[in-house]
Design a protein around this ligand. Structure first.
Ligand SMILES: Cc1ncc(COP(=O)(O)O)c(C=O)c1O
Length: 460
């Protein structure tokens, strides 16, 4: 059977039986999906035999790259020993205990207990329940509002989707779950006034949190939730002034801070958690994705001792949990994944070598006629495509040029994601000079080809 026949068969079956996440199904049916059949090191391979350099680590996930036998062995060993048992009804098992201890070791000092799930969305739902329950236990049940930001992505369940700030996500199950408010996101390139410095903009964006607290009445506000760097919203890196001011405001009103580290956790910014990078002091950290480098699903919330103490003081059930909370195979794989990250020094390497290499690679494209801004922090970065570099004018029909560019990347054997017309990347932390060179060459070609396609719309 030729590759083409196999590809066509998979595509037909896919369109007959498979509904995809965040997809326009009509256009997917017209083109058919790309069929990915294998991963090895920094590459994935499609059913046509094309080797593609994965600049997105799957989906901000495969931090140690593909095809690591040690993780397969850890899963195999655990399946043979104990493939599943639940953690309800006063039971536990060794992998969940050892992983919880390891995460407590890696997290900020005041976060020592972990509630597990299988996806980032679930972990954020858990965090929302913990936050609201905490305030009930503290005798302040009116504190229910959680403030988050426009364009934040916290997941796709009803509660995590409501906490997120993407209106296109809200559209599908409007009205969303109650009790969430959204304030401006710290997106200097897109939202600053003419001549406003990043520092001044960062303070203005942080103060939007205080304004919202006052609008709601501080006695009604339970928490602020934020991704240390907004990932799915377009790798929006807050100016240096943002988080210190946000933390000051959070402290001033005594509300909780939920750091959604589903993307930034496990080394992406060169620290185990990005909270450490920014010096923020969360009361809850949600994580998922790279905890297992995506080899099996696992997520969780790491919780402040103060919240745990409130739970302990209550002689009643916390009525929340998932069958797969602390799944033994997922925990065993996570432990091995973290061990490999430590052995290979992948986290400090982001600060010392890989992060600076990504920054240098992106910097090369600053002068390209299509590029308005390049930015990066650690191993996540973005290229803004604009119609006019000087005025930051966008292209008509946002997202159209991003998709053209994404397709050229694919043709060049490289994956970057398009968030409207912002091209984003988050490579595995294992990249070496060879991958940065390969990615740089692919980006150059893809940008040139995109420019050739839309030249008539670009102001020189
Ligand atoms: C910051 C953040 N939080 C939560 C989620 C949701 O995670 P999941 O897709 O595993 O439910 C994502 C997914 O990309 C994310 O980026």
């Amino acid at each position: 059977m030729s590759n083409r026949l196999q590809t066509k068969q998979f595509q037909d079956l896919d369109s007959q039986h498979h509904l995809h996440p965040f997809t326009t199904h009509q256009s997917l049916r017209a083109t058919g999906p790309r069929v990915i059949v294998k991963g090895e090191g920094p590459y994935v391979f499609d059913s046509e035999g094309n080797r593609i350099l994965d600049g997105m680590a799957g989906l901000w996930t495969t931090n140690i790259g593909y095809g690591r036998k040690e993780l397969a062995q850890a899963a195999y060993d655990q399946i043979m020993e104990l493939p599943f048992y639940n953690t309800f009804f006063k039971t536990t098992h060794p992998p969940v205990v050892l992983l919880a201890r390891k995460l407590a070791e890696l997290a900020p000092a005041n976060l020592n207990q972990v509630f597990f799930g299988s996806s980032g969305s679930e972990s954020n739902d858990t965090a929302i329940r913990l936050i609201r329950h905490y305030w009930v236990l503290k005798g302040e049940p009116k504190r229910r509002i959680i403030i988050s930001r426009h364009n934040a992505y916290h997941g796709s369940t009803i509660a995590s989707g409501s906490m997120g700030g993407m209106t296109h996500v809200h559209r599908h199950s409007y009205p969303m779950y109650e009790g969430f408010r959204h304030v401006m996101d710290p997106y200097w390139y897109g939202d600053s006034f003419d001549g406003e410095t990043p520092e001044a903009f960062g303070l203005r964006a942080a103060r939007a949190i205080e304004e919202e607290i006052l609008r709601c009445g501080p006695e009604n506000v339970a928490a602020f939730a934020g991704e240390p760097v907004q990932g799915a919203g377009g790798v929006k890196i807050a100016p240096d002034t943002y988080w210190p001011e946000a933390q000051r405001i959070i402290n001033k009103y005594g509300i909780l801070l939920l750091a959604d580290e589903v993307i930034t956790g496990f080394g992406r910014l060169g620290t185990w958690f990005a909270s450490e990078h920014y010096g923020i002091r969360p009361n809850l950290i949600t994580f998922a994705k790279a905890a297992t480098s995506g080899y099996v699903p696992l997520s969780g919330v790491i919780v402040d001792d103060m919240i745990v103490e409130a739970l302990m003081a209550e002689n009643d059930d916390f009525n929340h949990g998932y069958t797969f909370s602390g799944h033994p195979v997922a925990c065993a794989v996570a432990l091995k994944n973290l061990e490999i990250m430590e052995q290979e020094r992948l986290v400090p390497r982001v600060k010392e070598t890989t992060g600076p290499a990504l920054a240098r690679m992106l910097e090369r494209f600053k002068e390209h006629p299509l590029v308005g801004e390049v930015r990066s922090v650690g191993m996540m970065g973005a290229i803004e495509l604009v119609a006019d570099k000087k005025t930051r004018r966008r292209f008509d029909d946002p997202g159209r040029v991003g998709l053209i560019c994404r397709d050229h990347f694919f043709q060049e054997g490289f994956i970057m994601r398009a968030v409207f017309d912002t091209m984003v990347c988050a490579p595995p932390l294992t990249w070496t000079d060879a991958q940065f060179d390969e990615a740089g060459a692919a980006i150059q070609k893809a940008l040139d080809q995109t420019f050739a396609d839309v030249k008539g719309e670009v102001t020189a």
